[in-house]
Design a protein around this ligand. Structure first.
Ligand code: ZN
Length: 152
């Protein structure tokens, strides 16, 4: 059973890595940020079009390992139409899932549960969270390159 679950999870990550959703620049982006994970070499750029507090559209591009790209891809599908607070809350839940928690709320996390196994590989946590830190920076418009050296 556990192995089948792992296979399913790997399939989702493989799929989003091979065919990333919302990939490429966003013409009407009014918020953007660059993220860099020096441990793995992942580079993720996030582009957001905000409508007040709402994420009206969100894209990403860049290059990186399968985990960083799949996480970014799934993130864009989940954050579309969410407001800033919901985006931050989902990030916190995701971070908890992949760092500490064994009992998680699948209804809230959706496809993000495929990253639960990342918990066993602490260096990969930074791959999985890179896009999320970058998204947060884009929303805040703080204009700095996000590096995982400062974040977890
Ligand atoms: Zn990586």
């Amino acid at each position: 059973m556990m192995n089948q679950l792992d296979d399913l999870y790997q399939e989702v990550i493989f799929d989003h890595n091979k065919s990333p959703r919302n990939f490429g620049p966003l013409e009407n982006a009014d918020h953007e940020a660059k993220g860099f994970n020096p441990l793995c070499g992942d580079k993720i750029n996030v582009y957001i079009e905000m409508d007040g507090e709402i994420i009206k559209d969100i894209h990403f591009d860049g290059s990186g390992c399968a985990i960083s790209k799949a996480s970014a891809s799934i993130m864009t599908t989940l954050l579309l139409g969410k407001n800033k607070t919901e985006a931050r809350e989902l990030f916190e839940k995701f971070r908890t899932l992949i760092t500490v928690e064994h009992d998680y709320d699948e209804a809230t996390l959706g496809k993000l549960v495929v990253f639960a196994g990342v918990r066993e590989f602490p260096t990969r946590v930074k791959c999985a969270t890179l896009a999320w830190h970058t998204m947060q920076s884009a929303i805040n418009n703080d204009g700095e390159t996000v590096t995982t050296e400062k974040n977890e």
